[in-house]
Write a protein that binds this ligand. Structure first.
Ligand SMILES: [Zn+2]
Length: 381
């Protein structure tokens, strides 16, 4: 199984002693096998017990071979009266935060799959589920990806990454890395998002390459009328045209900067840096500072329920997992030494016939043959 969800349950067992260990014992017995029932983790106030690897399907969601059982990690939270329920929920939130950051999974209630009233304790409290998700997020702080700050990937990595992803668009790395510091936005996060939004600058969606719009700004799915408000953005550099999806920017640098401004709007509530020209026609519409982390750019996973993408399920996680991780891990090829270049030239010119360890010794025999080949070559000149 490749987990896509984490399903939260309550054990619905308030018996004294019905803790994580007791449920582990139950899962090993015949009644669990006969039910059948299985899940991945049980959490009480003292312990987290794992019953299944997260790569193996359990049978806990009540949807047979549906996505609940086949693609979700099951977490049961204990209700035993002799336990401490608040502590058990906090432990579960911590576990779920870790699972979420490891797998990029979405957290759902058992109720999501079958309508069952589970997790019943959490569901019975006003705002119970919302508060629980907030608790999960609070434990994710250190594993989230801040949008503001110094990029983790270097510009050389960015250039190298684009060579693979979009060979004709290498200069986007230079544009991104030269403009981003003005805003304090991480150039690597912005570039990862641009590559996602544009399909590696192939522009096969509704926004086209000539628009210099690298993040789908203003592309709502409805073509523009040409009467769209610019909301303070410079009309010499930004426009909308009838029948065209999304904003049009004067040149690539303008488009990159507008993208950075839009990210800045989400990542911080600070005013725009002094002296910059507003290029983002939607800057004023953003709930400022609502998404300081890339993972929160999708409204669905944003604790404030808002975000860049709507509903944006997995949107921010995908930027980090499918693009940024690759960028950050891009290897810069070792520079080729002069000696390696020299050997390659001799190979190309057929003065020697195979590659050798540059530090190995040459016998007089080899040396003589090589020199003779050179003499022959000279004689022909
Ligand atoms: Zn359940």
């Amino acid at each position: 199984m490749e987990p896509k969800f984490i399903t939260v349950h309550d054990t619905a067992n308030t018996n004294r002693g019905a803790d994580a260990e007791a449920h582990a014992a139950y899962l090993k017995g015949d009644s669990a096998a006969n039910a059948p029932v299985s899940w991945h983790f049980t959490v009480d106030n003292k312990k987290i017990v794992q019953h299944l690897p997260t790569t193996e399907s359990g049978y806990h969601a009540g949807d047979g071979n549906g996505p609940g059982n086949r693609s979700s990690i099951g977490v049961e939270i204990c209700e035993n009266v002799d336990g401490d329920r608040a502590k058990a929920e906090a432990n579960a939130a911590k576990l779920i935060a870790r699972l979420k950051s490891e797998t990029g999974s979405q957290v759902v209630q058992h109720n999501h799959w079958t309508g069952k009233n589970c997790p019943r304790v959490i569901r019975s409290r006003p705002n119970g589920w919302k508060d629980f998700l907030k608790k999960v997020e609070s434990f994710m702080g250190e594993t989230l990806t801040p949008i503001m700050g110094t990029p983790v990937a270097t510009i050389d990595q960015a250039r190298e990454w684009l060579k693979k992803k979009a060979p004709d668009w290498g200069l986007m790395a230079d544009l991104c890395y030269s403009i981003a510091p003005k805003y304090g936005v991480r150039a690597d996060v912005a570039l990862a998002q641009a590559v996602k939004e544009t399909g590696a600058f192939r522009f096969q969606g509704i926004v086209k390459a000539w628009q210099n719009n690298f993040c789908g700004l203003g592309a709502t799915g409805v073509a523009a009328t040409g009467q769209e408000l610019l909301r303070g953005a410079d009309p010499n550099l930004v426009s909308f045209e009838q029948g065209i999806h999304g904003a049009i920017f004067f040149d690539r640098a303008t488009g990159v900067e507008a993208h950075l401004q839009h990210l800045y709007a989400y990542a911080t509530d600070r005013p725009l840096p002094l002296g910059v020209v507003l290029l983002d026609p939607r800057f004023a519409l953003v709930k400022r500072g609502a998404a300081p982390y890339a993972e929160h750019l999708g409204a669905k996973e944003n604790p404030a329920g808002t975000g860049w993408a709507w509903p944006g399920v997995d949107y921010g996680h995908s930027i980090v997992r499918d693009y940024l991780a690759d960028l950050v891990n891009t290897k810069i090829p070792e520079p080729i030494s002069d000696a390696e270049k020299a050997m390659q030239r001799l190979l190309d010119e057929e003065v020697i016939f195979s590659k050798h360890d540059l530090k190995s010794n040459v016998t007089w025999e080899e040396h003589c043959f090589t020199l003779c080949r050179l003499l022959d070559r000279l004689a022909k000149c």
